[in-house]
Design a protein around this ligand. Structure first.
Ligand code: SAH
Length: 221
């Protein structure tokens, strides 16, 4: 992690350029763009990456994991249609960047990470930032029954199937955004699932992406 929490004019300028770039790549939701403009992405990367933090690229964050590409974060967040005060569950805290973007939009964020080392490293940095949320070490396939139901659920790892438990923890009328493993390629198809009723789901596909896999159980691998 970047040891300095400094967010100077240069960082802010680079961030504005990134946001402009995302706009040209089709991100139109101004609330999403404003949140990306607010969250200092360089703080979530190792210091050697500060110069690159505002390029539209994914980066390694240790423990074999990555911080998602800004376009992917913006794209998933836009599909999620978050409104202030909504309860949002994220699976795959990773660096904590996506969770901060959701918090910046006024969501009540609950985020689960299965990698023990990454969880503690991220928790430490999140405590120093002005974005409030609850983070949990656990298996995202199980969700958080204690805090359910959620207005929105966002999965930020490649899911092998639609996790039934998480669908149960989604409110009726709620939206889940999930990159689901694609049978034909190594990547995932981005799905937006709207829960119309207990047994009625509306599924819409939004193109191909590449995520690290969603794995079961807590670990350090
Ligand atoms: N949202 C993150 C991107 C994380 S990459 C960010 O903004 O940086 C995906 C993350 O999902 C990894 O950290 C991985 O360890 C985690 N993950 C994979 N399977 C999981 C599971 N079953 N439960 C919780 N987290 C999981």
């Amino acid at each position: 992690m970047n040891t300095s929490l400094e967010d100077n004019y240069r960082h802010k300028g680079l961030r504005q350029q990134l946001v402009d770039q995302l706009r040209t790549k089709g991100i139109t939701d101004e609330a999403v763009l404003a949140a990306l403009n607010e969250v200092p992405r360089h703080i979530f990367l190792d210091s050697s990456f500060v110069e690159l933090a505002y390029q539209d690229q994914a980066f390694p964050i240790g423990s074999g994991q990555t911080i998602s590409q800004p376009h992917t974060v913006a794209f998933q967040t836009q599909l999620l249609q978050v409104e202030k005060g909504m309860k949002v569950l994220e699976i795959g805290t990773g660096s904590g960047y996506q969770a901060c973007v959701l918090a910046a939009m006024g969501a009540k964020v609950f985020s689960i990470e299965r990698q023990r080392n990454l969880f503690f490293k991220t928790k430490e940095i999140l405590e120093q930032l002005p974005f409030r949320m609850k983070v949990f070490l656990g298996d995202g396939f199980e969700g958080l029954p204690m805090y359910a139901p959620f207005d929105r659920i966002i999965i930020t790892a490649g899911a092998p199937r639609l996790p039934e438990t998480l669908i149960q923890q989604l409110k009726t009328g709620g939206i889940m955004v999930i990159p689901m493993d694609n049978a034909e390629s190594e990547g995932q198809t981005m799905l937006k699932i709207t829960k119309l009723g207990d047994d009625t789901l509306k599924k819409e596909a939004f193109g191909d992406f590449k995520f690290v896999p969603m794995l079961k159980e807590i670990g350090n691998d």
